[in-house]
Design a protein around this ligand. Structure first.
Ligand SMILES: NC(=O)c1ccc[n+]([C@@H]2O[C@H](COP(=O)([O-])OP(=O)(O)OC[C@H]3O[C@@H](n4cnc5c(N)ncnc54)[C@H](OP(=O)(O)O)[C@@H]3O)[C@@H](O)[C@H]2O)c1
Length: 447
């Protein structure tokens, strides 16, 4: 049986998970693909660092460059993280024509285009299934299984930490700070949690999915992002009362703000405009994504031919992520065996004039929470501002308070552009009867 040799850079949570998975299922993998994958070396930062799964000392080295340049090494994994050294490591391997498998969404988000170009130039491939939703095979599905579809809608719960926090807020009735502390105690959130709770980790993943689904590289700067910090138990409570669940949702949708037409003559651009965003979203309780709880991830994909599909699973963790790396390893080994390194290129730009629609032009429905003084005429003043902006109110919840006291006022708004709603809320926030900055959460109907 043919053997390929694997050089690993990084032997931490994911790296040691991959090493362990190969010990457990390496023979099974070999019998399925007809190629034996043998680990040759594992580069780490410090030899004596404790690891989730032990890696025998004979495999370890602190010299990643020797692992990359070892002529016996056929395939490399970059399981280090970060964007600077990881880029150097990945580039060094690609320049030698060696395929690289990475789990690093931050690296791809920041340097994807340059890395894909290098892969093309040096005739090597770059595999990255583990970079989005770990155990869920969403990259392979978009690139291969759905290759004959236009992806009209993609909705993703792609950050397990945020999903855990929102699940605890809804089911245990705790506030955001308590739910975050619980997530940290379980090891689901970092001590410095902003990458997760401010939506940036989800943004990296959504950018990769949007690029694959729509065939142009989505600049992370064009993705609108809002995290969880503004969500309170009051929002959860009223959303529940109205039949909704709040989820941090990545949304990739066609038809946002029409087509883009710019420039003249040969320079004329006429590409599709898509919504690419990450924000807390009210989801009807009847939708399947509303029941995705705890640290689980899910991606809902609608293709014009296939219709609706759903992917569900663990979006992080040493074993789920290792499963995705092993899938890539099988592809890389088979591509080497059959000399088909370019059968599925890492990224094919085929819609170069596509663009991300500015959030101001994106339309949705809205849940608005205001803190108002309980005096006659308050609602009328607010309704007038929405009316002037041609924004319709579909329902109002106004708990009774004491005359003059501050009470929450919850409004559901009809479909309107984000820009118009933001401007109206700015005016409403300036009314003397409004006692705190208005909070707006978008509602998704999945039409
Ligand atoms: N953890 C997850 O659940 C998960 C899920 C999906 C994707 N990912 C991605 O997977 C990647 C790795 O994450 P992780 O959680 O496994 O991180 P980790 O536990 O911190 O492991 C990082 C590894 O890189 C090694 N390393 C650091 N600097 C090095 C250097 N200069 N030379 C050689 N090795 C070096 C570390 O060595 P030492 O062991 O000596 O410290 C460690 O083994 C990241 O891109 C992450 O975003 C992680």
């Amino acid at each position: 049986m043919r053997q390929v040799n694997l050089g690993m850079i990084g032997g931490g949570t994911v790296g040691s998970g991959v090493f362990h998975a190969l010990q457990v299922n390496g023979d099974l993998l070999a019998s399925r693909i007809g190629v034996k994958v043998a680990v040759r070396k594992v580069a780490v930062k410090a030899l004596d660092e404790p690891r989730p799964y032990e890696i025998p000392a004979s495999y370890l080295t602190t010299d990643w460059q020797r692992v990359v340049s070892d002529p016996q090494v056929d395939i490399l994994t970059e399981l280090v993280g970060g964007t600077t050294l990881a880029r150097t490591m990945t580039m060094a391997a690609l320049k030698l024509g060696k395929p690289v498998i990475t789990a690093n969404k931050a690296l791809l988000s920041a340097h994807g285009e340059a890395l894909f170009a290098a892969a093309r130039r040096y005739g090597a491939n770059l595999y990255y299934e583990a970079s989005v939703c770990a155990g869920i095979p969403i990259i392979k599905s978009l690139r291969e299984a759905f290759v004959g579809n236009r992806i009209t809608h993609l909705y993703g719960i792609v950050n397990g930490t945020c999903n855990y926090i929102l699940t605890r807020m809804k089911l245990a009735g705790v506030d955001f700070a308590t739910a975050l502390q619980e997530a940290q105690a379980h090891g689901y959130a970092e001590a410095e949690p902003s990458l997760d709770i401010d939506g940036h980790d989800a943004l990296h993943k959504v950018g990769i999915l949007a690029s694959l689904a729509h065939g142009f590289w989505v600049n992370p700067k064009d993705i609108y992002v809002e995290g969880l910090r503004a969500i309170t138990p009051t929002d959860i409570q009223f959303a529940t009362q109205l039949g909704y669940t709040i989820k941090l949702l990545g949304i990739i949708k066609t038809g946002a703000g029409g087509r883009r037409t710019e420039g003249r003559g040969q320079q004329r651009k006429n590409g599709a405009r898509i919504q690419v965003s990450v924000y807390p979203t009210l989801i009807p309780n009847t939708h399947v994504l509303a029941s995705v709880n705890d640290v689980f991830n899910a991606v809902f994909v609608r293709g014009d031919i296939v219709g609706d599909t759903l992917f569900y699973g663990r979006g992080a963790g040493k074993d789920a992520t290792a499963s995705a790396v092993l899938g890539d390893l099988a592809d890389a080994a088979l591509d080497l065996k059959f000399g088909t390194q370019h059968r599925v290129p890492p990224f094919v730009p085929h819609e170069r004039d596509g663009a991300v629609a500015p959030i101001a032009e994106v339309r949705s429905r809205y849940f608005v929470r205001l803190k108002v003084e309980d005096v006659p005429g308050t609602l009328a003043r607010i309704a007038r501002i929405f009316g002037d902006a041609r924004i319709g109110i579909s329902s109002v919840i106004q708990p009774a308070g004491h005359q003059g006291a501050s009470v929450p006022l919850i409004l559901m708004l009809h479909d309107a552009p984000n820009g118009a709603v933001s401007q109206a809320l700015k005016r409403i926030g300036q009314l003397p009867v409004v006692k705190a900055a208005p909070v707006m959460i978008r509602v998704e109907d999945f039409d």
